[in-house]
Design a protein around this ligand. Structure first.
Ligand code: PLP
Length: 447
């Protein structure tokens, strides 16, 4: 089992400076810094509005001349504490939390593109992001070229156009489980001078921090490992503060915004221009904000991220090793297996050399075997979700990818025998015993 701690984590921090604290300490204490007599635990500020006495103060808020809360759609102290914690964990300059992961992807992209613009995206991405790009945004006049991130630089280069505004990929692609070669893709993003967006949902900042490997914006469905208990939807976009928006391609970040007293985001917010604009425009106009209650739950989830991710990774590795030896299993795909072609990227980019909790495998015996296997599970459950502390399984061919033909499914890397497992943090002996007995039932059922 992969138990190696990154060097960073065992170094002693400069304790007087919270920005120097180690990752696990930040999971518990970043974001909410109570003053004397204030609650130790992040409170839920369950209020839509904030009190003011001076008209001038409110006028300054509306002109972006003063920071502060005006209305919970664009800011709330509980939500802000969650945003600030995840900003520290990813190493960015600011974040905006959203109602869901879907709205996080939409926020990040719509902050930069308009009709006539173009996106280059990995084709190995979450189904919802794929339809957002390929159908919804296409209908709004924004075209996406889908690339295989494993192709050569020369091949991927062909997808870029003069009007390309974003390169988009996922750290661990869902469900093919390929790991991005950050060096290759960030080189391409620099060559074409476009920002590199990375959805880091399945890896989390505990395993890898994409901003350290050339990404400019990080996106999460906080619904998955950040929550970790399958209790709340949420999303978040983190600004790396490491892209020069003043390169002629993004005038909306540079030129005055007439709705906000002619503020130029790059002039007023400097390195945090992207995220300031996202809050001021997207939250105001699209309104897909995170609720204070869900921010409280997601913050609570983050408090144990550094404990859960090693256990998810260790359990998934143990199950992957077990399944690799089971003769009723056709194949196993788990990037944390040393024999997996993606393991080299884990070694190169991941702070903690674990492969997260998601694996896939092919079960022998066809649909009947799969049906009896799923039915026989006692610890794991059939659930449309990943990242829960409880183990869950899904058969993509009859669920998330049932609308595709078997041929198209295969092209998307989803053979009909594939079972996707989100390995939880239960005792790994019980998880393995559960899969063993259910596979034994499936061998009978498959006949
Ligand atoms: C689930 C998921 C999303 C969408 O998030 P929701 O919170 O369900 O809206 C986006 N990207 C990835 C990688 C996901 O797994």
């Amino acid at each position: 089992m992969s138990k190696t701690k990154s060097k960073k984590e065992i170094e002693t921090a400069n304790i007087a400076d919270p920005s120097q604290w180690n990752f696990g300490t930040k999971c518990l204490q970043a974001g909410w810094k109570p003053k004397v007599g204030e609650p130790r635990v992040l409170p839920i500020f369950q209020s839509t509005t904030y009190k003011y006495e001076d008209v001038d103060d409110v006028e300054r808020l509306f002109a972006l001349k003063q920071s502060g809360n005006k209305y919970t759609r664009t800011g709330n102290p509980t939500v802000a504490a969650f945003e600030s914690k995840i900003t520290e964990l990813e190493g960015g300059v600011g974040a905006v939390a959203t109602a869901s992961g879907q709205s996080a992807v939409l926020l990040a992209i719509s902050n930069l593109v308009k009709a006539g613009d173009h996106i280059v995206a990995s084709k190995h991405i979450y189904g919802g992001s794929y339809t957002l790009l390929s159908v919804r945004l296409a209908k709004l006049g924004i075209e996406t070229a889908f690339i295989n991130p494993e192709d050569s630089i020369a091949e991927i280069r062909k997808a870029f156009r003069p009007n390309t505004k974003v390169l988009f990929g996922e750290t661990i692609g869902n469900p093919a489980l390929g790991i991005l070669d950050f060096e290759k893709l960030s080189k391409l993003a620099k060559e074409f001078d476009v920002p590199f967006f990375v959805d880091n949902t399945l890896a989390t900042p505990f395993l890898v921090r994409p901003l350290q490997h050339g990404a400019n914006v990080v996106i999460h469905s906080a619904t998955k490992y950040i929550d970790g208990h399958a209790i709340a939807l949420g999303g978040v976009v983190i600004d790396g503060g490491n892209y020069n928006w003043d390169n002629g391609k993004f005038p909306d970040l540079v030129e005055p915004d007439a709705q906000y007293a002619n503020t130029s985001y790059t002039q007023k917010f400097g390195r945090a221009a992207f995220i300031a604009k996202a809050r001021a425009q997207f939250l105001r106009d699209f309104g897909a904000c995170l609720s204070p209650f869900n921010a409280f739950l997601l913050n609570l989830g983050l408090e144990t991220l550094h404990l859960r991710m090693p256990q998810h990774s260790a359990n998934a590795l143990a199950l992957a090793e077990y399944l690799s030896k089971n003769p009723a299993v056709n194949w196993v795909s788990y990037p944390g297996l040393k024999t997996n072609p993606n393991y080299k990227h884990i070694r190169k980019y991941f702070d903690y050399k674990g492969g997260s909790g998601v694996l896939t495998f092919g079960l022998k015996g066809g649909k009947a075997a799969i049906r009896s296997f799923v039915k026989a599970l006692k610890v794991a459950a059939l659930v449309v979700h990943v990242g829960d502390a409880r183990t869950s399984v899904l058969h993509p061919a009859t669920s998330t990818h049932s609308q595709l033909s078997p041929k198209d499914r295969l092209a998307a890397g989803i053979p009909d025998d594939m079972i996707r497992v989100s390995v939880g943090i239960e005792d790994p002996r019980d998880i393995i015993a559960d899969f063993e007995q259910a596979i034994n039932v499936s061998i009978k059922g498959g006949k």
